[in-house]
Design a protein around this ligand. Sequence first.
Ligand code: F0G
Length: 433
Amino acid sequence: MRAELVCFEPNCRARFALDAVLYNCPKCGGLLEAAFPNDPVDVAGWKKTWRERRLNNTRLDQSGVWRYRELLPFDNGLDHVVSLREGNTPLLEAPRAAEYGGLHRLTFKHQGFNPTGSFKDNGMTCGVTQARRLGMKRVACVSTGNTSASMAAYASAAGLEPIVFIPHGNISYGKLAQALEYGARTLQVEANFDQILALVRVLAQRLGIYLLNSINPFRIEGQKSIIFEMMDQLDWNPPEWIVLPGGNLGNTSAFGKALRELHGFGFIARMPRLAVVQAAGAAPFWRLVNEGGEFTSVSKPETLATAIRIGDPVSWPKALAEVRASNGVVEKVTEQEIADAKAQIGRAGIGCEPASAATLAGIRRLTAAGIMDRSASVIAVLTGNLLKDPDYIYKYHTGQLQSPNSEIIRPTFGNHPEVVPDDPDRIAELLGQ
Ligand code: F0G
């Protein structure tokens, strides 16, 4: 299908060619999205094709993103595809985590199984492919860590030059290490994510560098595939709820768009409800949805879940429309709740990074409040791999984790490592013979 770029603002809807280098509408400043014509599609035929492609060894069919290319705006761009076999992430049943969250059943879709360990790879394969289609040489992003890791990998794999901007001292070492190892020029700026995004937008314009933050509509297109793959894995029976963490709100926008498209074209019979969870110290979207009024940013966002330490999320207008379209909700959770939920996800044998654990903490609140039924079918999206932030884990389990306001986070489910002598008798005694 031939897509075009369309302004997301309902009273503008200006249209632009897919190869226009634009991040915002030049007429009204609104966000842009790729829009497909409303033509009827062969729903049964496409479902069959997508399933059969899993058996093919070709690069495009092996990718859990490009397998669904009929619903991606790249019909004349497939020669440029840069893929690291992204997607293909599992659905994992988690009975113990379900119990903790107050649910009878809970399934995680774990995006941490991606090549660079986060959901960003689903979007980045499309963003970097678009950079190649446009003939760009340099690409840039500001990041709380995962976007930069992903962009560094995909840009280097594509032979482009990645330039990464990160808030100095406020991203995990795992993520910083990835940017370095994948060969990105890495600039640590003495400012927070929101301030650096403003800076990078100016620089991208001035230096002709292609910007790969989630305001880039092609990243959002790629992240839709998380939902496409999830529905395919569920044989197109949607759950009642899909739960995800919210930071810059690109993923919320992508999930909502994917669900609208699947529903609109007739791939799914009903819309799941989105439940977006923010960290209490960085919750401007929670405030907007639950307290109403104008959108106001949080000037000093704080959370140990550094991936979602964002006070001025660029995609909030899209995310708001998607949460409303899905009859969704927005919840917020404390540092202690995130840390304990994370330990529970770990004990389920699954594990994730702090931001991802906001999902289970949010579920626990939503079931306690009676907003989410205990017998509801729920899929929570774990956005990043456990090994992204080992420092946080060690500190939690040893009782050294401190919240941004210097309160100790209780190691409710702590698992302290024990130092033992090199002595079989003593160790046998310790382990109870
Ligand atoms: N979870 C993880 C692990 C993330 O890295 C992010 C965002 C989110 C959730 C929130 O997703 O922004 O689409 O609402 N990380 C970005 C980054 C901002 O730069 O890596 P969102």
